[in-house]
Design a protein around this ligand. Structure first.
Ligand code: FO1
Length: 306
């Protein structure tokens, strides 16, 4: 089926295989609305993991094994830095660091994150559009007994070990969605598999976004295989927010706008029924993307479900 355009709400590593699949096998114009709430400052440069993971994935630069960073990147700067004292907790490769430095300089000269992202898309000859969900500052912070900390500190520096008391999206009430977001998501929209708490909710919480999605055709993909996610702290954070740590739990978070949900082909029938009881169509299919054939089939299933 042919669509005029599809808005794709995406996160980071968890979404990257689907970004590649859709880019290769969808005939439609795609606009990736990228999460920005895991952006942070490190060594004086502005790091935007999910925006970068998306542009790297679309330009063939992504280190697909890790799901972040640049394929074949060197680490000379990091190694030299580490040799001077304390080991850095965040691994920025040389090319990755250079991109963050360029972005920081452009933003300091007055350009917005959207403008800088557009510049990199052009530079990397990306045909699809990538837009940060907002140009304003929104940060996912995790509340723990050790205090409130940025998601990157919780997940990368402390390996997700602190007990989670809650999650806050600092700045989300005041943030304005990117001016292209509503247009991108108003007709046909795909919510890629990603940590719903840290990668999707920050975008959904932006003013007006859920309202627009209620009038759109929205298809999602579960990040869960049974009660496990491929990587990341989703289960721990979902438990802290009293959400079931499975596909049903994710469906409850999207139930006010989701038309169809792609879940693992072996998903339990009882759980599938519970999702259908929310008024959501369920498509049981292979959502573990490893081969080219998997990419093609998942992209086709997504387009078909719209
Ligand atoms: N994730 C890690 O677990 N360890 C890292 O050292 C790390 C470095 C890194 C550098 C650039 C980048 O764009 C992403 C990076 N990530 C790293 C991934 C990132 O922290 C998370 O996967 C996302 O923020 C979650 O959406």
């Amino acid at each position: 089926m042919e669509h005029s355009g599809i808005g794709v709400v995406s996160g980071g590593s968890g979404s990257s295989k689907f970004v590649i699949a859709l880019n290769r096998y969808s005939q439609s114009k795609l606009t990736f609305v990228s999460n920005i709430a895991d952006n942070f400052w490190h060594h004086g440069v502005y790091v935007c993991p999910d925006v970068d993971i998306t542009t790297y994935a679309l330009s063939g630069r992504l280190d697909e094994t890790k799901g972040w960073g640049v394929k074949g990147d060197t680490h000379n700067l990091l190694n030299s830095f580490n040799s001077l004292g304390e080991r850095d907790w965040f691994t920025l490769g040389d090319s990755d660091f250079a991109l963050c430095l360029k972005r920081t300089e452009m933003m300091k000269s007055g350009l917005s994150l959207s403008q800088v992202t557009e510049y990199f898309c052009k530079l990397f000859k990306i045909k699809q559009k990538v837009i940060p969900a907002t140009d304003d500052d929104v940060q996912t912070h995790v509340r723990t007994p050790q205090g409130r900390m940025h998601l990157q500190e919780f997940w990368v520096k402390r390996h997700g070990t602190p007990r989670v008391l809650g999650v806050e999206y600092v700045g989300v009430e005041k943030a304005k969605p990117n001016k292209l977001t509503f247009n991108a998501i108003s007709k046909n929209t795909i919510i890629l598999p990603a940590n719903p708490i840290t990668s999707i909710l920050p975008t959904l919480r932006l003013r007006g976004v859920r309202k627009v999605l209620k009038h759109a055709k929205v298809v999602g993909v579960s990040p869960f295989i049974g009660d496990k996610v491929i990587s990341g702290p989703a289960p721990k954070l979902m438990r802290a927010m009293n959400v079931k740590t499975n596909s049903f739990g994710v469906a409850t978070m999207y139930s006010d706008f989701l038309k169809a949900f792609l879940v693992d082909k072996n998903e339990e029938p009882l759980l599938v029924r519970k999702i259908r009881d929310l008024g959501i169509e369920v498509v049981k299919t292979n959502i573990v993307v490893k081969s080219e054939a998997d990419r093609k089939s998942v992209a086709n299933e997504l387009i078909r479900a719209l």
